[in-house]
Design a binder for this molecule. Structure first.
Ligand code: SDX
Length: 372
């Protein structure tokens, strides 16, 4: 038995497929290759695909986009929460807390019909960006910028964050990033959501479990750590020395390695690398240049290859997103996959309850306090 359930098939799913074929990573959402979706689709269309299982027809996509846009605004109680949380609260703790609060406002919290599950999913997909943008504006002493119905999902987030409509390049970059973060089979946070769903806990409880799990630096928290590393390295010339020292000390290089893409590059990292390079040519080149120098050294000294979080850091930095919001952007993408998995678990459920191999002491005789 390998630690960390490595290689264990814990359930069946129709939502996404990860396979290593001839040394290449294949990632498909509902059978569609991520490379096609990243280049040709939109986050709204991918969220529809993940939730409903098929690409939408034109009118279905139009209706879905309107449905999401109309759900973006937050209830006043949530806005109140955002103004009362301490300004040093990590934005992921804010997202987790707000998700739980949204549940307490939902009179149908325990209704699990397909229609109600999809309703909750659309609410969360639509409201995650607003929670994040509102909290950032409030903690930096700025007025919140209400969502607009006119802009798409990605563009509306950047607009609520900065107050300006983003460039087409920035909108397309964030949209592609959200598509690439939308779903990834049974990663730790999705598995946490499915375990909660298998007990028939409500959708909000499942997403709180997922949001809490994503925060760890070995999972979604890596992107923020990558940015810290880029700032520490500060110049491409210092990358090799930095990487060599970290590896000699047996430390992890954040943004590298993957449980499933063992020894091959994460297909999402390849797409994000191109995106990061494009943005860097129009923005701040140094983050991408430092990233490239680190990637070369990480491969040279330990054959390490980047994962989805590595180039995300320079993408987000060039989009003007603050470092501690990086995990939130990951969650803004993954909320579509999480809710799709919760619904799939509900619809074909059996309690998830594995066993543990006991390795402790056995058959010990109880001693009263006087004899211990
Ligand atoms: C995500 O599961 C998913 O799908 C997750 C995700 C998703 O979309 O949901 O893809 C998103 O979480 C990506 C991963 C982000 N995390 C990081 O970038 C943190 C740094 N990465 C590592 O900690 C590690 O690679 C993991 C946690 C991602 C995977 O860990 P594993 O599968 O348990 O691998 P391991 O720890 O057994 O390492 C195997 C070998 C070891 O070498 P030896 O000690 O055997 O000589 O590879 C080495 C490790 O030391 N190694 C690394 C490394 N990753 C693996 N060495 C240095 N730096 C690294 N990043």
């Amino acid at each position: 038995m390998k630690d960390g359930l490595e290689g264990v098939i814990a359930c069946e799913t129709k939502i996404s497929r990860i396979e290593l074929v001839d040394g290449k990573g294949i990632l498909e959402y509902r059978g569609y290759d991520i490379r096609d979706l990243a280049r040709k689709s939109s986050y709204e269309e991918v969220a529809y695909l993940l939730l409903y299982g098929e690409l939408p027809k034109r009118y279905e996509l139009q209706d879905f986009k309107i449905e999401l846009a109309e759900r973006r605004e937050l209830p006043p109680q949530i806005i109140g929460l955002l103004t009362h949380l301490p300004p040093y609260t990590h934005p992921m703790v804010v997202l987790r807390t707000s998700t739980s609060y949204l549940g307490s406002l939902d009179k149908k919290i325990d209704v699990k019909t397909r229609e109600e599950n999809l309703n909750k999913a659309k609410n969360l997909i639509a409201k995650f960006p607003t929670i994040i943008a509102y909290y950032h504006r409030i903690r930096t002493g700025k007025n919140v910028i209400p969502p607009t119905l006119e802009l798409g999902h990605a563009a509306n987030f950047l607009y609520m964050l900065s107050g300006e409509e983003p460039s087409r390049t920035a909108e397309r970059a964030l949209d592609m990033d959200l598509i690439l973060h939308a779903e990834h089979e049974l990663n730790a946070s999705t598995f946490a959501a499915r375990i909660a769903a298998s007990t028939l806990a409500d959708m909000y409880a499942c997403i709180v479990a997922a949001t809490g799990t994503l925060m760890g630096p070995l999972h979604g928290g890596a992107a923020q750590e990558v940015m810290k590393m880029l700032r520490e390295v500060a110049s491409p010339r210092r990358a090799e020395e930095y990487v060599k020292k970290k590896i000699e000390k047996g430390e992890r290089i954040m943004g590298f390695g993957h449980r499933v893409y063992r020894g091959i590059i994460d297909p999402r990292a390849e797409l994000l690398k191109r995106l990061a390079k494009k943005l860097s040519m129009e923005g701040v080149p140094r983050w991408f240049e430092i990233s490239e120098a680190i990637a070369k050294a990480a491969y040279r000294y330990k054959r390490l290859l980047p994962n989805v979080d590595f180039y995300s850091a320079s993408v987000y930095a060039n989009l003007g997103i603050p470092d501690d919001l990086f995990i939130n952007i990951f969650a803004m993408g993954r909320i579509a996959g999480w809710t799709a998995h919760v619904i799939e678990q509900y619809e074909n459920n059996r309690l998830i309850r594995p066993r543990a191999k006991y390795v402790g002491d056995k058959d010990k005789k109880y001693k009263p306090l006087t004899e211990r």
